[in-house]
Design a protein around this ligand. Sequence first.
Ligand code: AMP
Length: 280
Amino acid sequence: MKSVGTIDEMRHVIASARAKDQSIAFVPTMGALHEGHLTLVDEAKRVADKVVMSIFVNPLQFSPSEDFARYPRTLEEDAALAAKRGVDLLFTPTKEDIYPEYAPVVMVHPGSIGKEWEGAVRPHHFEGVLTVVAKLFHIVTPDVAVFGQKDLQQAAAIKAMVRDLNFPVGILVAPTVREPDGLAMSSRNRYLSPKERQLALILSKALFAMHDAFVKGERRASALEAIGWRMLERVGGLTPLYLAAVNPDTFTRVNTVRHGDAAVGAIRVGETKLIDNIIF
Ligand code: AMP
């Protein structure tokens, strides 16, 4: 695996891959890699000759009250995991290289997709995400980029950006990887104390219960949401932030749930905010 630390060098390396007619799949991350990130690499390897992974903790997608400063940075371990899994090129740009002017004047706005749920809990979050992803797409020029279902609203916003702004990039979304007990893997799980880790499990349990009720025939979003809310509220020591049945493309709430719709949820446990979702 080759490690590249600057935009200039990245452009150079990409140009030589292009000269050899190699296709490129791209996996953008913020590092603190776990099995969820690494399955995106597996998916990327299936569809292209070369896999590029970026590790960049993007300040633009954190609000001042959030965890940018304490976000886990484990570059050495990450590089070893990425190399072992078959990443060809690891891109680790500095904040100064990506944002010589902080913040950028021109940004990408998610429109209605970024309004509710994560967008409401984290104002300007999706502007930060779309802006950095647009920049990384221009630098890496991938044929395909792979994202995780774990961040479903983010995947929807990126698909919409690619469609509406004519990026020549295919978007793949890979399934959420979970711990054996159901907790969705997340870099933020390492913030959790053993007790918080136990409490956090209720989010996936609530989503699975909604899914079970759907499979048994319940189609009213309000009834499905009530099943999940009751479970979240019954557990003390955490704050439910949202839980809703939505259209996975527009991220508007649905009244009647159909196959392929999603339930999205978020909770705060101690200082840590966790999100998860399931597809009905
Ligand atoms: P992050 O480093 O949290 O920005 O995530 C980088 C990419 O990994 C995003 O596309 C995420 O959706 C994806 N990802 C994070 N956690 C998981 C997971 N548990 N399963 C699948 N993909 C994930």
